[in-house]
Design a protein around this ligand. Structure first.
Ligand code: UD1
Length: 420
C-alpha cells in the first residue's frame, strides 16, 4: 500500500462512522492463546499491520492463526515446542513481547527478543522481568534476548509500580503468567486500562480465577490448565477519540458508533471544555463543533485520564484553538516527535521537558510532513484536514499499524484524502 497520504483542506467532516476493535486489547489477547489447551476465537479483531505481526510471531511459536469472515481470528496451538520469538519480528512491534509471560508459564521456557528502541522514548521492560522473576522464572539476558525458564511458577505478591505509573503490557505479561502459577498471586499497582480488563475477561473465560480487574490490585488463584474460549474484542477507544477529534478540528459534526462511551469520559469532558457539544448514548458519541475550539490544558496520564495515545491528536486540535493551552505527557514525557511537524504546518508550539505550550492560530497551512510513530501520524492527518491547501503525510505505514483504514473512514465523512 502506498506510504503517503495527501489531504486537501480545510474540510468540514460530517456523518457517522464505526470504530474498529481495539488494537491494544487484541494483541495481548492473541498472546493468551499460548496458554490454552483449545482454540481461542476473537471476534471483532481489527485488521491492522500490528495484528498481522502478532499473528506472524504466534505462527513461529506453533500457533495456527486464521481469519474467519472479516473480523474473527481463529487461533489454536498445533506445536508446543517452539519457544523462540525473533528480534526481526519483536523489534517491529513491541507488544509481541507479551508472548513472554504465557510462554514461560505454559512451556516452561521462552527466548524472546528484547524489543529495542522506540520512537516515543525509552521503553524499558524491567517491570515485566521483575514480575516474572518474582513468580519464580529464572531470567537471563543473552545476546539481546530474554531467556526465561521455570518448572512451575509460584504465586506471590508483585508490585508493578514504575516511575511513570503502571505498565500496561507489563500487567498483561505478569497476569498471563500468574494464571498458571501454583497458589495465589497479588499484583499491586496493576494497570486499570479497559484493555487489561478485557484480557482478564478472556482468561476467566478460559478458566482462570481472577479478581479485582479494573482496580490497581488484581488477585489471581492459579489453575492447572486453561481451556480455549471465544471473546469479542472491545472497540478501540483511541481510534474513537481520534475520529471525534477529527470532527472537532474540522468544525464538523461526527457520530462515532459501536463504542463504549464510558471508556472516553476524560476525553469527552475535555471536548466539552473546548466548547464542542458532545452527546453520549449507549454505544455512540456525537461531537458537534461550535466554531473554533477554546484552549484547554491537557495532561496525559494512565486510565481513566486522557491517554498518552491521544496526546498528539490533542496538540493538533489545540494548535487551532482560541487561546493558549498547555499539554503534558506524564506517561511518555519525551513523546513529542509530532511537535516539529505540526510547526511545519504553522502551529505555534514551544516544547519543554515533558510537555508543550501551544498558542492557537486560526488556520494551519498545508505542507509536507513526516510521521515518526503511530499516533504522531494520526495527529498530522487531523492537522492536515484543518489546514489550508495540500498536506502530504509521509510514512502513512505507521498509521496502518494501528488504524484500520483511517483514510477511508475519514473520506466517508467528507475528507479529501488519498494515498499516493
Ligand atoms: C501500552 C500501549 C501503548 C500506550 C502505553 C501507555 C499496548 C500494546 N500499548 O504500551 O499504546 O501508549 O501502554 O498507555 O497496549 N515502563 C517502565 N518499565 C517497564 C515498563 C514500562 O519504566 O518495565 C514505563 C514506560 O517507559 C512508560 C510507562 O512505564 O513511561 C508506561 O509504559 P507501559 O504502560 O508499559 O507502555 P506499554 O505497555 O509498552
Amino acid at each position: 500500500m502506498a506510504h503517503c497520504l495527501r489531504i486537501t483542506g480545510p474540510t468540514r467532516l460530517e456523518g457517522e462512522v464505526r470504530a474498529s476493535g481495539s488494537k491494544n486489547a487484541a494483541l495481548p489477547m492473541m498472546a493468551a492463546v499460548l496458554l490454552a489447551e483449545g482454540p481461542v476465537v476473537l471476534a471483532g479483531a481489527p485488521q491492522l499491520a500490528d495484528v498481522d505481526r502478532m499473528a506472524q510471531v504466534l505462527r513461529e511459536l506453533g500457533v495456527e492463526v486464521l481469519w474467519d469472515e472479516d473480523d474473527t481470528l481463529q487461533m489454536r496451538v498445533i506445536d508446543r515446542r517452539p519457544v523462540h520469538a525473533r528480534y526481526k519480528l519483536v523489534r517491529r512491534m513491541r507488544a509481541s513481547f507479551c508472548v513472554l509471560g504465557p510462554l514461560v508459564a505454559r512451556r516452561g521456557e521462552a527466548v524472546v527478543s528484547l524489543p529495542g528502541g522506540c520512537a516515543i522514548g525509552q521503553r524499558p521492560v524491567d517491570l515485566h522481568l521483575a514480575g516474572l522473576r518474582a513468580l519464580g522464572a529464572r531470567i537471563a539476558l543473552r545476546h539481546g534476548y530474554v531467556v526465561a525458564r521455570a518448572d512451575r511458577l509460584h504465586g506471590t505478591t508483585i508490585d508493578l509500580a514504575g516511575p511513570y505509573g503502571p505498565t500496561v503490557t507489563g500487567t498483561a505479561n505478569v497476569l498471563s503468567a500468574a494464571v498458571l502459577a501454583e497458589g495465589q498471586t497479588t499484583i499491586e499497582h496493576a494497570a486499570v486500562e479497559p484493555e487489561i480488563v478485557e484480557l482478564g475477561n478472556l482468561l476467566i473465560a478460559m478458566g482462570a480465577k481472577i479478581e479485582g480487574l479494573g482496580t490497581p490490585t488484581i488477585r489471581v488463584d492459579g489453575v492447572e490448565q486453561l481451556a480455549g474460549a471465544t471473546c469479542r474484542v472491545i472497540p478501540d477507544r483511541i481510534e474513537a477519540a481520534t475520529l471525534l477529534l477529527a470532527g472537532a478540528i474540522t468544525g464538523g459534526q461526527v457520530r462515532v458508533g459501536g463504542i463504549v462511551p464510558d471508556h472516553l469520559t476524560a476525553i469527552l469532558d475535555l471536548l466539552r471544555q473546548t466548547g464542542c457539544r458532545v452527546d453520549a448514548g449507549a454505544d455512540a458519541v456525537t461531537v458537534r463543533a461550535e466554531g473554533r475550539p477554546r484552549a484547554v490544558d491537557v495532561t496525559a496520564e494512565p486510565y481513566p485520564s486522557v491517554p498518552t495515545d491521544v496526546q498528539a491528536q490533542w496538540m493538533a486540535l489545540l494548535s487551532t484553538a482560541e487561546g493558549t493551552s498547555a499539554v503534558r505527557d506524564t506517561v511518555f514525557p519525551s513523546r513529542m516527535a509530532h511537535v516539529a511537524e505540526l510547526v511545519r504546518l504553522g502551529a505555534r508550539i514551544d516544547q519543554h521537558d515533558g510537555g508543550a505550550v501551544i498558542r492557537g492560530i486560526a488556520r494551519l497551512s498545508g505542507a509536507v510532513v513526516t510521521a515518526r510513530d503511530l499516533r504522531a501520524s494520526a495527529a498530522l492527518v487531523l492537522a492536515g484536514l484543518a489546514a489550508e491547501g495540500a498536506t502530504t503525510v509521509r510514512a502513512a505505514r505507521h498509521l496502518d499499524r494501528g488504524y484500520q483504514r483511517l483514510d477511508l473512514k475519514l473520506a466517508g465523512l467528507g475528507a479529501r484524502i488519498e494515498r499516493s
